[in-house]
Unconditional design. Sequence first.
Length: 499
Amino acid sequence: MNKQLYSTLIFELSRHGRRGHSLPGYGTAKKFVLPEKFARKDTPALPEVEEPAVVRHYTNSSTNNFGVDTGFYPLGSCTMKYNPKINEAAVRLSGISDLHPATPDACAQGALEIYRRLQELLSEMGGMSEFSLNPYAGAHGELTGLMVVRTYHASRGEGAVRRKVIVPDSAHGTNPASAAIAGYDVVECRSLPDGTVDVEDLRSKLGPDVAAVMMTNPNTVGMFEKNIPAIAEAVHACGALMYYDGANLNALLGVARPGDMGFDVMHINLHKTFSTPHGGGGPGAGPIGVRKGLERFLPMPRVVRGDDGMLRVLDDSTETPFERTELDPLGRVSSWLGNYAVFVKALAYILSMGKDIEQVGPLACLNANYILNSLKEMYELPIPGPCKHEMVFDGLRDKSTGCTTMNVAKRLLDMGFHAPTIYFPLLFHESLMIEPTETESRETLDVFINAMRAIAREAAEDPETLKNAPLHTPVRHPDENEAALHPKVTYQSLAADEV
Ligand SMILES: Cc1ncc(COP(=O)(O)O)c(C=O)c1O
């Protein structure tokens, strides 16, 4: 291991007896003595470090990473937009952060009101009849949505025959994975050269054995699926349901609603569009919405308003004044109500945006098209624009230099940008997917565009330097296979390496 590539570990700063605090009176105060049976025999291996060293260590470590608060993060498909801090502040209000999830409903009316209002607003924005906020992520929402589909077909006595889910070849990998985990056979449907679904291919795969068609709009190459009404008509005619992957809803926010396009079930990634950053393993939330007639298949628990005006958490086991026949849910998919803090941020975001939320989609698309048009001379654009909120280049236009998308992405790190998404979607060899989002200014986009152009020039003039990038990051060329297969994420595993 080359130690110079890593910042010093807090354990390596440790000196026996050092303390990071001095509390007046400590030592003379009556000590609480832990009963012997609870006291551990060994001393925990904790670092002993003075306060300035602790503060500097963690402050410096935090700057070794890249975040949307430190710079432009054009990670295609991930909608890494800037999240206003006021929404974080809302979650930290003690009435919210100190509330135990088991608090009796009567004492948690405010918290339940937040849940209920978000349900209603998402229903309004999605053009759906009802939402459940319970699922923890987009993929979890997909799975839950497909379980709703399955329960719906089962309730009509068609559960056993409707065994297939159709997924376009451009779909995010979670779509076929969720369909398979929900017990369906996945049938792939082709895309046309313009990146949209081949309607004729889709039609040829429809039949009485199809349970649902999953679609993303705009799709994963940033194209609007303009044939949705015709597709929805054909899908419904064969008795199947339309599933909307709403991970790209940012592009449509304020302009179009999946429910109006003919979708029956959908999910939204709150951790993209609604003020929680995407990535890093969460926490997120993937609420699902359903059109009228499917509400009873939503999972439990649900927040409902009683005749007395009080909100209640309705669980399978709850004694309720509601007719059981009205609610025919598929059971639980989360503990408690889901990732509550994410709901609070989403509601705070929606309310603080007010009518400005109608600008989100148009500005996200404007920013993306500005980049597309500024770079298409130097980067290969397999699907001509205009695009929606993101675009895919197929690497540098000039392929003769041997410089790859990976080289471009690594060079961007040297220039202070997070890399775009690379080698996804799988439709092109050198995919480079850029999503600027609506939160970036014209000036930021210009600096990024100039950097991308400078990289393209470098590929022609000094390809060897480009192939060696990054040159200025704390870690330069990790073995990516090894890092994925045998990650070393603890002090012990690094220390064991040195023995
Ligand atoms: C189009 C699309 N669908 C589904 C997902 C899955 O969402 P999650 O990562 O929250 O599971 C993503 C994630 O980026 C996505 O881009």
